[in-house]
Design a protein around this ligand. Sequence first.
Ligand SMILES: [Zn+2]
Length: 300
Amino acid sequence: MKRRRLLRGATEAVGAVALTGWAVGRVDAATTASPAGSPSANPGTAAGSPGSARVPAAAKPAPAGTLAASTTTSSPGAAASTAPRAGPRSALQRSLGACTPHDSLGRLQEGNARFAALWQKASGLASPRERMRLLEMVWRDECQIDPLALAQGQRPFAALLSCADSRVDPAWLFACGAGELFEVRSAGNTAFDEAIASLEFAVGVLAVPLVLVLGHSGCGGVQAARSTAPLTPMLERLVAPIRATLVNGDDLSRAVQRNASRVAAQLVEGSALLREAVAAGRLNIRSAYCDIGTGRVTLL
Ligand SMILES: [Zn+2]
């Protein structure tokens, strides 16, 4: 239980840091120097475009204690292979990269395999507390980035576009700690504009090398798209892109998988930044399906 509280608290801190990193990217793009140690010369510019944040930061040194220089232009793997640089920024980068895997997709698969095994064992236990004690073992040999480093920045190794469903929390499914996964969540895991923009931030500013679109069994969003039951205007708008992917004869599971695969393609179609990152080999976009009963995530 302690572990969960830590995750919640740290995740809130990461959210605040993300805006700081964004503002720093904007400062670099405008080639305006900010004082050393200042996290943001102008936080009011946080609503800028992700494209501008991709301007190579090498032309302008980032302020000490910020993420701008290495996270705008290189992948976590590439950053880890460069020679350590002197100063507080490199120390921060090392701390933030303490848990960065060499193979992002492999790390997710490995974490999920351990989670799924425990999830299936837990389903046979009568006591809710016993189930939690068992499930917490998924993190027993895992890695947690120093919260002090996370207070200054973030370096997630993967981004998830997943459903908002309470049963498919990516941190659970992949046994990840705070600062490791950049999560965009909405019912039906559709490629709505704000989701694409968020992923542009993850890739363009944080240099995340992997985006995984995650659908799941029993998805209410896809069920709503398949139904003729009346919806609110907002929900109608949400399910419209899912309806566009439906194929006669598909069961719910197949419809969820088709939607996830289609959304992965839409990310590339809808964003020049993501498209260029894929073409340059800096980004891998995949789709996957989670079976809630087994806890297993299968790549599509
Ligand atoms: Zn769902």
